[in-house]
Design a protein around this ligand. Sequence first.
Ligand SMILES: C[S@@+](CC[C@H](N)C(=O)[O-])C[C@H]1O[C@@H](n2cnc3c(N)ncnc32)[C@H](O)[C@@H]1O
Length: 220
Amino acid sequence: MKLSKRLRQIIAFVPHDAIPLDLGSDHGLIPLALIREGLVKRVFASDISLKCVAKIKKNTENYQDQVIAYQAAGLDSLPKDVNCLIMAGMGSFLMINILKAHRTSLSQFQTIIIDSHAEVPLIREYLNDNGFMIEDERGIIENSHFYEIIKFVPGKGTYDTDDVLIGPFIKNDAMYLRNMVQRLEGNLETLSLKMVPKNVIQDLKDKIRRYQKYASKRTN
Ligand SMILES: C[S@@+](CC[C@H](N)C(=O)[O-])C[C@H]1O[C@@H](n2cnc3c(N)ncnc32)[C@H](O)[C@@H]1O
Protein backbone atom coordinates (compact mmCIF):
# COMPACT_ATOMS: atom_id res chain seq x y z
CA MET A 1 0.00 0.00 0.00
CA LYS A 2 1.49 3.34 -1.08
CA LEU A 3 0.77 5.87 1.65
CA SER A 4 0.84 9.61 1.02
CA LYS A 5 3.70 11.57 2.61
CA ARG A 6 1.14 13.14 4.95
CA LEU A 7 -0.22 9.83 6.25
CA ARG A 8 3.30 8.37 6.45
CA GLN A 9 4.37 11.22 8.73
CA ILE A 10 1.32 10.73 10.92
CA ILE A 11 2.06 7.05 11.47
CA ALA A 12 5.76 7.83 12.03
CA PHE A 13 4.72 9.87 15.09
CA VAL A 14 2.76 6.99 16.68
CA PRO A 15 4.82 5.47 19.51
CA HIS A 16 5.63 1.80 19.13
CA ASP A 17 2.93 -0.36 20.72
CA ALA A 18 0.64 2.57 21.54
CA ILE A 19 -3.11 1.95 21.54
CA PRO A 20 -4.26 4.69 19.16
CA LEU A 21 -7.67 6.06 18.28
CA ASP A 22 -7.85 7.53 14.78
CA LEU A 23 -10.77 9.92 15.29
CA GLY A 24 -12.50 10.92 12.05
CA SER A 25 -10.81 8.01 10.30
CA ASP A 26 -12.97 8.17 7.12
CA HIS A 27 -11.24 5.52 4.94
CA GLY A 28 -9.31 3.82 7.74
CA LEU A 29 -5.96 4.13 5.94
CA ILE A 30 -4.11 5.21 9.08
CA PRO A 31 -5.22 2.21 11.20
CA LEU A 32 -4.66 -0.11 8.27
CA ALA A 33 -1.07 1.09 7.79
CA LEU A 34 -0.34 0.91 11.54
CA ILE A 35 -1.40 -2.73 11.68
CA ARG A 36 0.06 -3.82 8.35
CA GLU A 37 3.43 -2.35 9.23
CA GLY A 38 3.34 -3.99 12.67
CA LEU A 39 3.67 -0.65 14.46
CA VAL A 40 0.85 -1.34 16.94
CA LYS A 41 -1.04 -4.47 17.99
CA ARG A 42 -4.49 -2.88 18.18
CA VAL A 43 -6.02 0.35 16.94
CA PHE A 44 -9.43 2.01 17.24
CA ALA A 45 -10.96 3.96 14.35
CA SER A 46 -14.02 6.15 14.80
CA ASP A 47 -16.10 8.40 12.62
CA ILE A 48 -19.29 10.38 13.06
CA SER A 49 -20.56 8.99 9.76
CA LEU A 50 -21.95 5.47 9.61
CA LYS A 51 -21.01 5.33 5.92
CA CYS A 52 -17.39 6.01 6.83
CA VAL A 53 -17.48 3.35 9.56
CA ALA A 54 -18.71 0.86 6.95
CA LYS A 55 -15.85 1.99 4.66
CA ILE A 56 -13.27 1.53 7.44
CA LYS A 57 -14.64 -1.97 8.19
CA LYS A 58 -14.44 -2.90 4.52
CA ASN A 59 -10.90 -1.57 4.07
CA THR A 60 -9.68 -3.35 7.22
CA GLU A 61 -11.73 -6.56 6.88
CA ASN A 62 -8.59 -8.73 6.96
CA TYR A 63 -7.65 -7.26 10.35
CA GLN A 64 -10.99 -7.31 12.19
CA ASP A 65 -9.45 -8.36 15.52
CA GLN A 66 -6.93 -5.56 15.44
CA VAL A 67 -8.84 -2.64 13.93
CA ILE A 68 -11.92 -1.81 16.00
CA ALA A 69 -14.13 0.60 14.08
CA TYR A 70 -17.08 2.38 15.70
CA GLN A 71 -19.43 5.28 15.10
CA ALA A 72 -19.15 8.25 17.49
CA ALA A 73 -19.20 12.00 17.54
CA GLY A 74 -15.81 13.27 18.71
CA LEU A 75 -14.54 11.61 21.86
CA ASP A 76 -17.91 10.06 22.82
CA SER A 77 -17.60 6.34 23.73
CA LEU A 78 -13.81 6.67 24.09
CA PRO A 79 -12.35 3.24 24.94
CA LYS A 80 -10.51 3.34 28.31
CA ASP A 81 -7.32 1.72 27.01
CA VAL A 82 -6.68 4.22 24.21
CA ASN A 83 -3.51 6.19 25.02
CA CYS A 84 -2.77 7.92 21.71
CA LEU A 85 -5.18 10.21 19.89
CA ILE A 86 -4.87 10.94 16.17
CA MET A 87 -6.96 13.69 14.60
CA ALA A 88 -6.22 14.42 10.96
CA GLY A 89 -7.93 16.18 8.10
CA MET A 90 -10.18 18.49 10.14
CA GLY A 91 -9.84 22.16 11.03
CA SER A 92 -8.65 23.39 14.42
CA PHE A 93 -12.06 24.82 15.41
CA LEU A 94 -13.69 21.39 15.11
CA MET A 95 -10.76 19.68 16.83
CA ILE A 96 -10.88 22.11 19.75
CA ASN A 97 -14.64 21.63 20.13
CA ILE A 98 -14.10 17.87 20.19
CA LEU A 99 -11.40 18.19 22.87
CA LYS A 100 -13.38 20.72 24.93
CA ALA A 101 -16.40 18.42 25.10
CA HIS A 102 -14.29 15.77 26.90
CA ARG A 103 -11.62 17.82 28.62
CA THR A 104 -11.33 15.40 31.55
CA SER A 105 -10.53 12.50 29.20
CA LEU A 106 -7.45 14.22 27.81
CA SER A 107 -5.26 12.96 30.68
CA GLN A 108 -5.58 9.41 29.31
CA PHE A 109 -3.50 10.35 26.25
CA GLN A 110 0.27 9.94 26.29
CA THR A 111 0.42 11.24 22.72
CA ILE A 112 -1.82 13.44 20.58
CA ILE A 113 -1.04 13.63 16.86
CA ILE A 114 -2.63 16.50 14.99
CA ASP A 115 -2.87 17.26 11.28
CA SER A 116 -5.12 20.29 11.19
CA HIS A 117 -6.06 21.69 7.80
CA ALA A 118 -6.98 25.15 9.05
CA GLU A 119 -5.97 27.60 11.78
CA VAL A 120 -3.05 25.47 13.02
CA PRO A 121 -1.87 28.09 15.59
CA LEU A 122 -5.17 27.70 17.47
CA ILE A 123 -4.65 24.00 18.16
CA ARG A 124 -1.00 24.59 19.21
CA GLU A 125 -2.24 27.17 21.70
CA TYR A 126 -5.24 25.15 22.94
CA LEU A 127 -3.32 21.96 23.62
CA ASN A 128 -0.46 23.79 25.33
CA ASP A 129 -2.98 25.55 27.57
CA ASN A 130 -4.48 22.15 28.39
CA GLY A 131 -1.50 20.10 29.46
CA PHE A 132 0.33 19.18 26.24
CA MET A 133 3.61 20.37 24.75
CA ILE A 134 5.00 19.87 21.26
CA GLU A 135 7.51 17.04 21.10
CA ASP A 136 8.01 17.23 17.35
CA GLU A 137 6.37 18.58 14.21
CA ARG A 138 6.92 18.47 10.46
CA GLY A 139 5.85 20.60 7.55
CA ILE A 140 4.92 18.47 4.55
CA ILE A 141 4.23 19.71 1.03
CA GLU A 142 2.34 17.29 -1.17
CA ASN A 143 0.50 17.99 -4.42
CA SER A 144 0.79 21.73 -3.68
CA HIS A 145 -0.91 21.30 -0.30
CA PHE A 146 0.82 22.32 2.92
CA TYR A 147 0.37 20.07 5.96
CA GLU A 148 1.69 20.55 9.48
CA ILE A 149 1.81 17.33 11.47
CA ILE A 150 2.32 17.90 15.19
CA LYS A 151 3.09 15.44 17.97
CA PHE A 152 2.01 16.54 21.44
CA VAL A 153 2.95 14.85 24.71
CA PRO A 154 1.94 15.72 28.29
CA GLY A 155 3.79 18.78 29.56
CA LYS A 156 3.98 22.54 29.37
CA GLY A 157 5.94 24.28 26.64
CA THR A 158 7.16 27.87 26.64
CA TYR A 159 6.19 29.31 23.29
CA ASP A 160 6.45 32.82 21.91
CA THR A 161 4.06 34.19 19.29
CA ASP A 162 6.22 32.93 16.39
CA ASP A 163 6.30 29.44 17.92
CA VAL A 164 2.51 29.46 18.01
CA LEU A 165 2.13 30.86 14.48
CA ILE A 166 4.91 29.00 12.66
CA GLY A 167 5.72 26.13 15.02
CA PRO A 168 8.71 25.70 17.36
CA PHE A 169 10.23 22.97 15.16
CA ILE A 170 8.93 24.12 11.77
CA LYS A 171 10.63 27.47 12.49
CA ASN A 172 13.93 25.67 11.73
CA ASP A 173 12.79 24.13 8.45
CA ALA A 174 13.98 26.82 6.02
CA MET A 175 12.99 24.84 2.92
CA TYR A 176 9.37 24.46 4.06
CA LEU A 177 9.25 28.10 5.14
CA ARG A 178 10.58 29.38 1.82
CA ASN A 179 7.82 27.47 0.04
CA MET A 180 5.30 28.84 2.52
CA VAL A 181 6.49 32.41 1.89
CA GLN A 182 6.05 31.85 -1.86
CA ARG A 183 2.53 30.56 -1.31
CA LEU A 184 1.59 33.45 0.98
CA GLU A 185 3.01 35.95 -1.53
CA GLY A 186 0.80 34.32 -4.16
CA ASN A 187 -2.20 34.71 -1.85
CA LEU A 188 -1.27 38.35 -1.32
CA GLU A 189 -1.15 38.98 -5.07
CA THR A 190 -4.60 37.40 -5.51
CA LEU A 191 -6.08 39.32 -2.58
CA SER A 192 -4.60 42.59 -3.81
CA LEU A 193 -6.69 42.27 -6.98
CA LYS A 194 -9.88 41.90 -4.94
CA MET A 195 -11.83 44.33 -2.81
CA VAL A 196 -10.68 43.06 0.58
CA PRO A 197 -10.38 45.21 3.71
CA LYS A 198 -6.98 46.88 4.20
CA ASN A 199 -6.44 45.14 7.56
CA VAL A 200 -6.67 41.71 5.88
CA ILE A 201 -3.89 42.69 3.48
CA GLN A 202 -1.84 44.16 6.32
CA ASP A 203 -2.25 41.01 8.46
CA LEU A 204 -1.07 38.87 5.56
CA LYS A 205 1.94 41.14 4.97
CA ASP A 206 2.85 40.86 8.68
CA LYS A 207 2.52 37.11 8.51
CA ILE A 208 4.81 36.93 5.46
CA ARG A 209 7.38 39.08 7.24
CA ARG A 210 7.38 36.76 10.24
CA TYR A 211 7.85 33.69 8.04
CA GLN A 212 10.57 35.41 5.99
CA LYS A 213 12.60 36.03 9.14
CA TYR A 214 13.01 32.26 9.65
CA ALA A 215 13.01 31.26 5.98
CA SER A 216 16.23 33.17 5.40
CA LYS A 217 17.86 32.15 8.69
CA ARG A 218 19.20 28.72 7.87
CA THR A 219 19.59 26.47 4.89
CA ASN A 220 18.65 22.80 5.01
C1 LIG B 1 -11.51 14.94 5.65
S1 LIG B 1 -11.84 13.50 6.54
C2 LIG B 1 -10.22 13.09 7.15
C3 LIG B 1 -9.97 11.62 7.05
C4 LIG B 1 -8.63 11.15 7.62
N1 LIG B 1 -8.54 11.42 9.03
C5 LIG B 1 -7.47 11.79 6.89
O1 LIG B 1 -6.81 12.64 7.46
O2 LIG B 1 -7.24 11.45 5.72
C6 LIG B 1 -12.67 14.06 8.01
C7 LIG B 1 -13.46 12.95 8.67
O3 LIG B 1 -13.87 13.41 9.95
C8 LIG B 1 -15.18 12.96 10.20
N2 LIG B 1 -15.76 13.82 11.25
C9 LIG B 1 -16.17 15.10 11.11
N3 LIG B 1 -16.63 15.56 12.29
C10 LIG B 1 -16.48 14.55 13.19
C11 LIG B 1 -16.77 14.41 14.57
N4 LIG B 1 -17.31 15.41 15.27
N5 LIG B 1 -16.52 13.24 15.16
C12 LIG B 1 -15.99 12.21 14.46
N6 LIG B 1 -15.70 12.27 13.15
C13 LIG B 1 -15.93 13.44 12.52
C14 LIG B 1 -15.87 13.03 8.83
O4 LIG B 1 -16.99 12.19 8.78
C15 LIG B 1 -14.74 12.59 7.90
O5 LIG B 1 -14.78 11.22 7.65
